[in-house]
Design a protein around this ligand. Sequence first.
Ligand SMILES: Nc1ncnc2c1ncn2[C@@H]1O[C@H](COP(=O)(O)OP(=O)(O)OP(=O)(O)O)[C@@H](O)[C@H]1O
Ligand SMILES: [Mg+2]
Length: 696
Amino acid sequence: MKKSPLAMQSTSQTQKNKPLHEKEALVKLLRWHFGHAQFRDKQLDAIQAVLSGRDCFCLMPTGGGKSMCYQIPALAKPGIVLVVSPLIALMENQVIGLKEKGIAGEFLSSTQTMQVKTKIYEDLDSGKPSLRLLYVTPELTATPGFMSKLKKIHSRGLLNLVAIDEAHCISSWGHDFRPSYRKLSSLRNYLPDVPILALTATAAPKVQKDVMESLCLQNPLVLKSSFNRPNLFYEVRYKDLLDDAYADLCSVLKSNGDTCAIVYCLERTTCDELSAYLSAGGISCAAYHAGLNDKARSSVLDDWISSRKQVVVATGIDRKDVRLVCHFNIPKSMEAFYQESGRAGRDQLPSKSLLYYGMDDRRRMEFILSKNQSKNSQSFSTRERKKILESFGEQIPVSLCKNSCDACKHPNLLAKYLGELTSAVLQKNHFSQIFISSQDRTDGGQYSEFWNRDDEASGSEEDISDCDDGIEAVKKVANSKLSTKAGLNERINFLQHAEESYYRNKISDKQVNKPSKNAVSDVLRQGSKEKLLNALRQAQQRLRNLTIEFEASAIFLENECYNKYGKSGKSFYYSQVASTIRWLSTANSIELTNRLGIDTDSPSVNFISKEEPPAAPSPSLEQRPAQITGKELDGSCGSENSIGAFQTESESPSTSLPVIPSFSEFVNRRKVKDNQPNTSCKESPKKNFDKRMRLQ
Ligand SMILES: Nc1ncnc2c1ncn2[C@@H]1O[C@H](COP(=O)(O)OP(=O)(O)OP(=O)(O)O)[C@@H](O)[C@H]1O
Ligand SMILES: [Mg+2]
């Protein structure tokens, strides 16, 4: 039933001289339409700002009530509010909720029938639209056709506000970057005097800044609320300590009774499998993800919203009375964890967030907990709430938690689990060194050629939670058997694919100026140099007839790796270092001396063949490692000066050194070699270069 706009009319009749954005009038609207007694926290400030025509950036936690900041303005004035939202499911939910309250809301998306769309457009063109809130996708907003419709509505004075929900999607720094969101930057040009309200629960300062700049907000009112969710209890369960994580989840859900729950998984296949398992276990449950057709999605959403189903196993969904959010895999990032776990208890009632933490998941997704945490079990026990809030830049006292997480509530039990987990991890700690030769395994497991999330192409056109192809690939690699040749090949293929995707995606990254979050630090370079040093010493023992200036050679080789992949990020830099170490373990003396710039006939001072006395350096080698002075050698390999000297030289066209292959090149050569054992398999560096250029 449609509620009359009584509150607005009565306000304007009884308080003729008071502007519509007076607190009293707005509270009346809140009570009349939504039944809430008072505004929360920053809601009123945001509403008053946009009603007075000012831009506003509103940072509130999940469930904080951001929607109200544009829903009330939509009711306070004739005309419409345009809401840009990234998820069709979210738009659908909100529109259903508004209609239940008698508020005229609609959404436009590819899932709507032509009939519905036509009706909406007719209403917009009518000159006196009955619509109050129109939800649209960013893709549609940016089309010229829709923009000109908006201009028309605006020219009649009927466009009151543009609200950008989940505004962090505009930032390539954010965890849910959507390329189509960037097109929203043209809104300001098209509609210069319509206030823009940007809403997000993502608090990273650089994301906030990026959002405000990208949307060209002018002197915006910036509102920030605390991110603490006092009604959420945080708990972590350690998959490695469970006999069967599926069975454990099933019993958790059963012990929670018939309450509404979401189980988040990273992959659609896990959603399907888990949902089938839980259903078989007697739980009222369905899978929900972008792999389902529209009809199936709608039907699951309907069943869940209307409580016909209690549990959804999803990649992204929302309902306000969710009592339990369970992450069956470690989420993509701390922001994703916060947002998704925040779907629990949006009605402010006590609710629970449960994270299943598995070491294999962690190896696949190294972000939610920092690297140190796997090595230092103490840091696992940091209070979840404190850890989450601190990652959003909020400094809070430990006492704020008030036993609302497992770490505070059961510290002894947690310590016991962590002890068990540490020994379990030590027993199976073999995974991250698959391409490091056996002699390098003494390095404490710090380095891996494994996939890094930052190398994934970001952004999905359809749904912020549904871009899981890369993760599928990661899963395949993680599940492949290291011990078999086939398993190893699978991983090699995957890494090659990852590298090729990287080059393919490089252009789009450039277009959005995506900076590397995956930078190669000086400390890391120093570590690599040590490993190369070690490999050089072993090569020298193996070959016996060489005396190598170890330090200079290690710096030289590390510098080559850095020049080649340092700017591309850790993953490929690691690959290159590992490649070099592999190469060092098999190279013969001639290859080694060529590689290091020593002509065996006229060896340099620093690379001395035992069989021949040292001679003066050849002029062509003057800038090679032989030139490094003792002073330079004392310094770190990461120091600007020594690196600078090498960079110039290693790029010099006058030297014709054998090229250490990139990962793809290495794999390609291997493949050719496997297929044609009797023919030369070496691709020319030119061909490889061309190939890489083609991939770009
Ligand atoms: N002033 C209020 N008083 C009481 N309840 C409120 C108030 N404002 C909003 N709510 C309720 O809070 C819940 C969450 O609101 P909303 O969906 O707008 O949150 P949100 O900040 O958009 O969260 P998310 O980041 O998850 O999208 C809803 O059930 C809404 O009705
Ligand atoms: Mg919201």
